[in-house]
Design a protein around this ligand. Structure first.
Ligand SMILES: [Zn+2]
Length: 307
């Protein structure tokens, strides 16, 4: 396997054979060794107890039995034959109090938690958060409008009224670093990036009926007015806010003059490799680049350090 980003590298065996077995799922969910990751308003439970650092806060079926939860658990997978589930407990008013959690356990926003959790745990966060978020926003059938029901441990919602099957969605986003010799093209979209003085790789959702390569070239053309070629795949990163898959690529520019999309972008510029290397070491006086949590950082660093 290639590069492992934050939110990738999930160690669980997703065990599709068990997803299809309702009796097995039911028994596993009540087993003494079952581990539950509770999510509350899409925040994950984090355990700060371990002196080596924080990790995900897993609870037992028994721990959760005192709560009034209205949704079934989501089967995440197996690890050493131990079943792992996620449970959306958002219907509980004050979970830290009702679960009688100690000082070490607290609910934390998923992105903030991922910055200090072990890499393998961030992969589980991505799966659990994306799944819980999908169930929250797909309670009704998009064909007939009636309520849907969870099946296959959370990997399917079926409409009892019209029979339609709805599967968890993943939205692919192309993110690309455009290079031209010793220069690369970075942009600043309107919003928080402007406030932080941060520039990043250009990016956009892949359209329906469009290849990754076509999406990369289209986004570069639309956002920067630059024509490019030779799209090369780099790596990908799950980004569960709410359910994206970032597809990272490099591309080579064939034109140089920028014609920016002013509605979407605040600024688009060519940066010299020397400036980029300085900014990656946080020694540039003004230029800020995304941190290692983001795939953009690795697209930029791998280009800048290439000799
Ligand atoms: Zn329906």
């Amino acid at each position: 396997m290639g590069f492992t980003h934050i939110f990738a590298g999930n160690p669980l065996d997703r065990a599709d054979r068990h997803r299809r077995d309702p009796a097995w799922l039911e028994a596993a969910a009540r087993a003494d060794n079952a581990r539950y990751l509770p999510l509350w308003q899409l925040n994950v439970l984090v355990d700060h107890q371990d002196e080596r650092g924080s990790r995900l806060g897993w609870l037992s079926h028994q721990d959760l039995s005192r709560l009034e939860v209205k949704v079934p658990p989501i089967f995440l997978g197996l690890h050493d034959d131990t079943p792992h589930f996620a449970l959306d407990i958002s219907s509980v008013h004050d979970p830290e109090h009702e679960l009688n959690l100690g000082d070490e356990l607290e609910f934390e926003e998923s992105r903030a938690a991922a910055m200090h959790l072990p890499l393998a745990d961030t992969g589980i966060v991505a799966q659990a958060r994306a799944q819980a978020g999908w169930h929250r926003s797909h309670r009704f059938c998009s064909v007939c409008g009636q309520p849907t029901e969870q099946e296959k441990g959370g990997h399917l919602r079926r409409c009892p009224s019209c029979g339609a099957e709805h599967f968890p969605r993943t939205d692919p986003v192309a993110i690309m670093l455009v290079e031209d010799g010793d220069h690369c093209l970075l942009g600043q979209s309107h919003g928080p990036l402007v406030r932080f003085g941060m520039y990043s790789a250009l990016a956009g959702f892949i359209d329906q009926g469009e290849s990754i390569e076509e999406a990369v070239l289209r986004e570069i053309r639309e956002e920067a007015g630059i024509e490019a070629e030779s799209v090369r795949y780099h790596s990908s990163q799950p980004w569960p806010f709410p359910s994206s898959l970032m597809v990272g690529c490099h591309a080579t520019a064939v034109t140089r003059d920028i014609v920016m999309d002013e509605e979407e972008m605040h600024d688009v510029r060519w940066f010299h490799r020397a400036e980029i290397l300085q900014a990656l070491d946080e020694e540039h006086p003004t230029l800020r680049l995304p941190g290692p949590m983001a795939i953009a950082h690795h697209l930029i660093r791998d280009w800048a350090e290439r000799t």
